[in-house]
Each structure stands twice: as structure tokens, then as C-alpha cells.
Design a protein around this ligand. Sequence first.
Ligand SMILES: NC(=O)C1=CN([C@@H]2O[C@H](COP(=O)(O)OP(=O)(O)OC[C@H]3O[C@@H](n4cnc5c(N)ncnc54)[C@H](O)[C@@H]3O)[C@@H](O)[C@H]2O)C=CC1
Ligand SMILES: O=C(O)[C@@H]1CCC=N1
Length: 264
Amino acid sequence: MKLGFIGTGNMASAIMGGIISNNVIPADEIIGADLFAPGRERVQKQFGIHVTDSNIEVAQKAEVIILSVKPQFYADVIKEIAGEIKDSQIIITIAPGKTLAWLEEQFGKQVKIVRTMPNTPAMVGAGMTAASPNAYLSEEEISYVKTLLESFSRVEIIPERLMDVVVSTSGSSPAYVFMMIEAMADAAVSGGMPRPQAYQFAAQAVLGSAKMVLDTGKHPGELKDMVCSPAGTTIEAVRVLEERGFRSAIIEAMKVCEEISKNM
Ligand SMILES: NC(=O)C1=CN([C@@H]2O[C@H](COP(=O)(O)OP(=O)(O)OC[C@H]3O[C@@H](n4cnc5c(N)ncnc54)[C@H](O)[C@@H]3O)[C@@H](O)[C@H]2O)C=CC1
Ligand SMILES: O=C(O)[C@@H]1CCC=N1
């Protein structure tokens, strides 16, 4: 097996979806373990991967293993599989707060580990992933992992100290963006637009705006100014958003998210 997942929940499914639909690794070379039978059956049906109730089986069979359980279960899962991990295998972690130093200590031996922070847009091949490899991976292995991650996301290799900032900026932020799209759609419905159309208008506006930031390289403030016609509609919306603390709410929420990640 080329790739194994321990935990086949939301984030693992998003990654599987991206990897399989982009034909990077075929489903029959992917294995996933989960304690929860319906969770295993769901990914088997949806993606056609092999499933098992044994984390050990994944540890014995997969070349690259993604630890996709919640941070609280990391210590137990590592304890369970550590004895099976060979020099050639690579462990990818996706949990906030679990540092390379902590992970190495849990394994209790030299293991190749790449600490990453992905996000659920991986499911549609539009993820953003940060990665910090430990000292035991060769340049070739780092490049292999990067290629794997690039099959479902943009990838940046970052210094590990930035990982908590990444959690709030791209790991968790899809949730805030979905909330904004939901709120925008509610306003559109209130203005008389049918709900399915409202989601389409709101989501496409968010997608297009994000694409403008990435494709033009222009400052977001400049792009905002381009929308605000003098004495127009937008500047009045901007005024109300400022009055209600829109930017400050986002900054403060993200600082809390970063702090929680640090202490997880
Ligand atoms: N959901 C997201 O947007 C993101 C999640 N992550 C990280 O991904 C990891 C998983 O999160 P989610 O997928 O959201 O959670 P989830 O709850 O959807 O999935 C976790 C899965 O692990 C299984 N599980 C629990 N204990 C297990 C064990 N001992 N052995 C095998 N399977 C076990 C559960 O049954 C569940 O299916 C977490 O560490 C989270 O921080 C990282 C980035 C984004
Ligand atoms: O909420 C969480 O803890 C995970 C980490 C980043 C996104 N979801």
C-alpha cells in the first residue's frame, strides 16, 4: 500500500478525495483504519479504498501513513503503532499543537515525520497545506511528500514555529468563510433571492475575490477600493462592517484559534 490513514473522518476523507480524483494514488493502493465501523464503510463506499479496524495493519502495510485522528488520540495511536514503524516509512501528522519534538518523543526512536496542517478544501483539489519535515527525511523524501500534498492543495514548507498561525489562517478558516457565505446567502434570501441561487452568488463572489488576490498579487485593500465606487453602494456596506467590528472580530477569533492550537 502506498498510503495509509489512521482515522477516516472528515479531514482524511477530504485528502482521499483529492488524491484519488487527481489520480495520484489509485484507491486500491490506499488503506484506512477507523475504530468506528460506519466511518470505515463510508470511505470504502465513497472512494473504494481498503479498510480495516486495525491501526497495526495500516502501520505494517503503508509506505506513508497519515495520522488523521483527533489530537487527543495521538499519544494512544502512536503508542499502538510505534513498534511497527520501519526506517523506510514516513508519518504525516495533521493535528494542531503536536510538535515534531513531542511526536519524536512519543515514537521513542528515529522516525521520519512531516508535521502538516491541511484544510478541507483539499476535497475539491483547492486545499492549502503547510508542512514541516523533521531531520530524518532526505531531500528526495521531502519532495515526494510535497508532490503528494500538492495533489490536493498548494503547499508551503514552513518553519515549524509558524504552524499555529497556519491553523488559524488556513486550517480553521474555511469554517469562518462558510459562515460568511451562509450569512451572505441569508441576506440575499431576505432580499427575495431563492436560496440555492443565493449560495451560488455568494460562493462565486468569495471564490472570485480569493482568485483576484492570488492571481493579481495586488494588495487586498487596493482590490477593495476598486469595488467601492464614490458615493456608491459598497462603501456604505464597508462603513457598516467597520462600525460592527468586522475586521477586529476576525483578528480576535484567529488569535484565540492560534492560542488554542499552541496549547493543544
Ligand atoms: N476537519 C478539518 O477541517 C481539519 C482537521 N484537521 C485535523 O485532522 C484530524 C482529524 O480531524 P477530523 O477529520 O475533523 O475528525 P473526525 O472526528 O471527523 O475524524 C477522526 C476519525 O478518527 C477515528 N478514530 C478515533 N480514535 C481512533 C483510533 N484510536 N484509531 C483509529 N481511528 C480512530 C474516529 O472514529 C473518526 O472517524 C484532527 O487531528 C484535526 O485536528 C486538520 C486540519 C483541518
Ligand atoms: O478544529 C480543529 O481543531 C481542526 C484543526 C484545524 C481545523 N480543524
